[in-house]
Structures are given as C-alpha cells and as structure tokens.
Design a protein around this ligand. Structure first.
Ligand code: NDP
Length: 319
C-alpha cells in the first residue's frame, strides 16, 4: 500500500531478507552497478537500502530521502560511509553473528594450507593413492609455530581462542593494544611479521590497511612463513604475494578473499603452496540466515522505531 516504507534492494541479496520484508515494506529492486538506475518517482520514495556488495556516493545522491543503508556483511568497505555520514545517513552491518563461523573457517584454511589437505584429497579422488602410492609428506607443520594476527577484533579474538589448544604462540598487531588480552602485542606489522611464521589477516578493508601486506612484510614472514587472509583482498599486494609464493620467499598462503573478486589471478591456480577459497568464511546456511535476519532487523527497526540494531562506528545515530 502507499503507506508502506519503500526499501531499495540493489542487485542480489539473501532471500531471507526479502521474506522478512514481505507485507511490511515495499521493495524496489534495481540492477547493481556503479551508476544508479531508478525512476525519479522511485528515487523520491526510497528511505532505506538493504545491500550485499557496494553502495557508492552516486547511489546515495540519487536518493534524496535516504535514511539508512543496511549492509549484508560485517565488512562494509563497499559502502561509502564517509559520504553517508556527511548526509546524515545511517549505515549498519552484521557484526558478531558470524564470528564463530569465520573463526572456524580460518582454522580450517590454516590447517589445509599447512598440511596440503586439498591436494591430498585430490590425490585420493584421482586414484593416485592406488596407482602411485601415498601422498607426499607436507613440507610444513603447525607444530612449534608462532602465529600473528593482523587484527584482533570480534573475529580475531575468536580465531585466537581457537588457536590456543593448538599449542602455538599467539600475538597480534592492531593500532591500539588490547590490555585485556594476554597475547603478545606488536607495535608494527613489520615487527610482527619478523617475529612470527604464520600471519593471519583479519582487519577491515580501509585506506590504512590497503596493500599493507606487501613484498616487505612477506619477506619478513620468510620461506617457512604461512600467510592466511580472511579479511579483505584489498589488504594484500597480490602481485607481490604471487611472486613471493613462486620464488619461495614465502612458504605458503591460504586465501579466502581477493583484490578484485571474483577474479583470482591465474598464477595462483597452478601453485601447490596456496589454498584458495571463494570468499566462503561465513557461508553456511545457519550463519547467512542470521546475517539476513540482522539486515532485516536493522531496516525494520529503523522504519518502525527509529532504532538500528548494529550501526557502524562512523555513522551518525539519530533518534
Ligand atoms: P572488528 O572491527 O571487530 O575488528 C577489526 C580489528 O582490526 C580490530 O582489532 C582493529 O583494532 C584492527 N584494525 C583496524 N584497522 C587497523 C589498522 N589500520 N592497522 C591495524 N589494525 C587495524 O571487525 P571484525 O573482527 O568483526 O571483522 C574484521 C573484518 O573481517 C571485516 O571488516 C571484514 O572485512 C572481514 N571479514 C571477512 C569475512 C570473510 O568472509 N572472509 C567474513 C567476516 C568478516 P584497532 O582499531 O585497535 O586497530
């Protein structure tokens, strides 16, 4: 009906978000992309956006009455939060509900990378166990390693907790020391990369973390070093990573995220010392359902009570 609030959904979103909107709001769908494509009338009526992916300033400026952008995902690097804040538009994300899933996946990715389990399973599936004999011993082991987390927030702390029973030493680098944590703190990423032999990236994609993992950091990690990325691909200089893996400057890498998803640099595909996942760290049915519910709760909470559940730090919270 005319009295229902109008919510824009650009591109695809988890179907549960749309189910939760049914009967409560009017949904307008539009093709995703860098340029908004909407009728002037629709653009006037839209007050909320539910989006999985990106939402830039041009989209925001096409919507004169926009109040809230609910991002599907805890990482909101695709949303121009500065521009939203300058217009008084609230941005929300989906923190916490995915911490355990992402931390579980990170441990799996780490062990797969170190022990080459994908290659081992492929050996079996290809019939080579029978025809050629046992799979080659993995050159690396998790035994005796020091792990450094680049990022020690909601997810980083869950990863660290899971690492404790693995009997590895644990340290981290963040801009500010977390005094409540007993893990070793490193004041710089370089210092940490020199001290550890596993580096796990779980920082947000921001200008400050852009290509922070560069040739220098990878060389500091060393030929026995393992790099795991479950944060954002933008935090890595992928050319430097590929070169380091090819020439043995770095031992191995496990990657869930890439610089220009879904494009993965061809060179990675033929390397034995890299494990590649298509951005699946939170991608289970239960966890994605919880994320979808939080997106819907943020939009509906704002529209009914002027209250978003999980606004991002940069956002002005009105009401
Ligand atoms: P939090 O905001 O809780 O934690 C972020 C951590 O990064 C904090 O410890 C923060 O500490 C640190 N940090 C931020 N900027 C810098 C910097 N410039 N230098 C050093 N440390 C920095 O976020 P979450 O743990 O909830 O999520 C982290 C990120 O993981 C998300 O933003 C998202 O991009 C990614 N992610 C990826 C997923 C996947 O599918 N692969 C799934 C979920 C999340 P301090 O402020 O002290 O520097």
């Amino acid at each position: 009906s005319d009295s229902k609030a109008v919510v824009l959904v650009p591109g695809k979103i988890h179907p549960r978000v749309l189910e939760r909107f049914e009967g409560k709001v009017e949904v307008i769908k539009a093709p995703a992309g860098p340029e908004p494509s909407l009728s002037a009338d629709d653009a006037q009526r839209i007050t909320a956006v539910a989006v999985s992916g990106g939402f830039n300033a041009r989209w925001m400026d096409a919507l004169p009455n926009l109040e809230v952008i609910a991002n599907f995902g805890v990482g909101y690097d695709g949303v121009d939060v500065k521009h939203a804040a300058s217009r008084g538009i609230i941005v929300s994300n989906t923190p916490d509900v995915l911490n355990d899933e992402v931390a579980d996946t990170t441990i799996a990715l780490l062990i797969n990378t170190v022990r080459r389990l994908y290659e081992a399973e492929k050996h079996l599936r290809d019939g080579k166990w029978l025809s050629e004999g046992p799979f080659a011993l993995s050159p690396f082991s998790l035994r005796g390693r020091k792990v450094g987390l680049f990022g020690m927030g909601r997810i980083g702390q869950e990863i660290a907790k899971r690492l404790e029973p693995f009997k590895v030493e644990i340290g981290y680098h963040t801009r500010s020391r977390k005094s409540e944590l007993s893990y070793t703190y490193y004041g710089s990423l370089k210092e940490m990369a020199e001290a550890v032999d596993v580096l796990i990236c779980i920082v947000p994609g921001t200008p400050a973390t852009h290509k922070a993992i560069n040739a220098d950091i990878l060389a500091a990690l060393g030929s026995n070093g393992v790099f795991i990325n479950v944060g954002r691909g933008s935090s890595v200089d992928e050319d430097a990573l590929l070169t380091a893996l090819q020439d043995g400057t770095l031992g191995a890498a496990g990657l869930d995220v890439f610089y220009e998803e879904p494009k993965v640099p061809e060179g990675f595909l033929s390397l034995p010392n890299v494990t590649l996942l298509p951005h699946v760290a939170s991608a289970s049915v239960p966890t994605r359902n919880a994320m979808a519910d939080l997106v819907a709760d943020n939009v509906l909470g704002w529209l009914s009570e002027r209250k978003v559940v999980t606004p991002v730090a940069e956002t002005p919270v009105k009401g």
